[in-house]
Design a protein around this ligand. Structure first.
Ligand SMILES: [Zn+2]
Ligand SMILES: [Zn+2]
Length: 365
């Protein structure tokens, strides 16, 4: 496969079109300051395509976060690239997914498992419609959702508002378990991560604190994609590069606020080829799965919820994988605790076809 170009973006963002505080221009400026290449703005049940374009050297795309119309407003769905407002289908999740798919849109279940934020009086807003089908994947790591779940008391909330890295640990285990269970069943389900950026203020006793500004949020949990071409500066073409990468799972989720994750790769290799995350590869003899990290970390490869290889360092190789779905993780220590840093999309190893002419076969006696 030709060399792929890495782009870093944030996918789950609110503006003043719904319950965020910034304009599209403010958000684009903050993304540029944070060094992002692209953002996808997903306001609640509203789709303003006229806000798309290149702004401040950042590709600004517009999707939509659609949720149940009735309280408690569960089932938040991120619809990307459908090029239409689908909020009128919010009361029928399967019809919504079907309509998104019919328009070549992507659909990710947003913050599928949440925890209530006791100190700020916010309940958990989970995905509950697990019987539906036809979605692209899960939002495996939502920075503000994780942060909310940490707010057990006002004191904790106040401390973490200033030192969030002390609290952030990684995707919720129940989300990863659900992802692994879907992958173990043979489903092709990809992961994304995002800020769920609102940049709103919280009142905590006598203090008010903006938790957090967009610039901070864009240096937290991001989605890195691998694309086969340079940007052209044309909105439609460049948007397709982003959506194709997400649809193919050529992406990983990283907490760049802990350490810059650019350069991470999870590949399937044999002596002729190297395939990126998201690929399906036959279990040829000589196949190996390889993790490369930009900084030394605790690396592991997981198949259907089980760790099958692990190492400290910048490289991990797992030779001769059995058929199954494999994903990779990297963890770093910060303030005496291991923290989730990078979560890759899976590589699918399929049984090798029986009649391959195997040029590497050892001679049989
Ligand atoms: Zn939501
Ligand atoms: Zn949201």
């Amino acid at each position: 496969m030709a060399t792929l170009i890495e782009r870093v973006g944030n996918i789950h963002i609110h503006t003043e079109y719904s319950d965020g505080t910034g304009t599209h221009a403010d958000v684009a400026d903050a993304a540029a300051e944070a060094g992002l290449d692209f953002i996808v703005i997903t306001d609640h049940n509203v789709y303003p395509p006229e806000q798309e374009g290149w702004r401040s050297r950042v590709l600004v795309l517009v999707g939509e976060e659609i949720h149940d119309p009735e309280a408690p407003h569960v089932n938040h769905l991120l619809v990307l690239g459908a090029r239409a407002d689908l909020a009128h289908l919010s009361g029928d999740t399967q019809a919504l997914l079907d309509a998104a798919a019919a328009r070549d849109g992507l659909a990710f279940l947003a913050h599928p498992y949440e925890r209530a934020g006791q100190a700020v009086g916010e309940g958990a807003i989970n995905w509950v419609a697990w019987g539906v089908h036809g979605y692209t994947g899960l939002e495996i790591w939502n920075y503000m959702s994780e942060f909310k779940g940490l707010l057990s008391s006002r004191l904790v909330a106040l401390a973490l508002a200033y030192l969030p890295r002390l609290g952030i640990r990684g995707p919720f285990p129940e989300t990863l378990q659900q992802w692994d269970a879907l992958l173990a069943r043979g489903e092709v389900v990809f992961g994304i991560g995002g800020a769920d950026a609102h940049a709103q203020e919280y009142a905590m006793g006598p203090l008010r604190r903006r938790v957090f500004g967009y610039r901070h949020l864009f240096r937290a949990v991001n989605t890195h994609i691998l694309v086969p071409e340079e940007w052209t500066g044309l909105l439609t073409h460049d948007g397709v590069l982003v959506y194709e990468a997400l649809a193919a799972g050529r992406a990983f989720v990283a907490y760049d606020g802990l350490a810059d994750a650019r350069g991470f790769r999870f590949t399937a290799e044999d002596d002729v080829d190297s395939r990126p995350m998201g690929s399906t590869v036959p279990a040829w003899r000589g196949l190996a799965l390889r993790v490369e990290a930009p900084h030394p970390a605790y690396l592991r490869i997981i198949r259907h919820g089980e760790v099958v290889a692990e190492a400290e360092g910048r490289t991990l190789v797992h030779p001769n994988p059995l058929p199954g779905a494999y994903r990779a993780e990297a963890h770093l220590r910060h303030a005496l605790r291991p923290r989730g840093w990078i979560f890759s999309n899976p590589i699918f190893v399929r049984p090798a076809p029986e009649h391959r002419v195997d040029t590497h076969a050892e001679p049989t006696a």
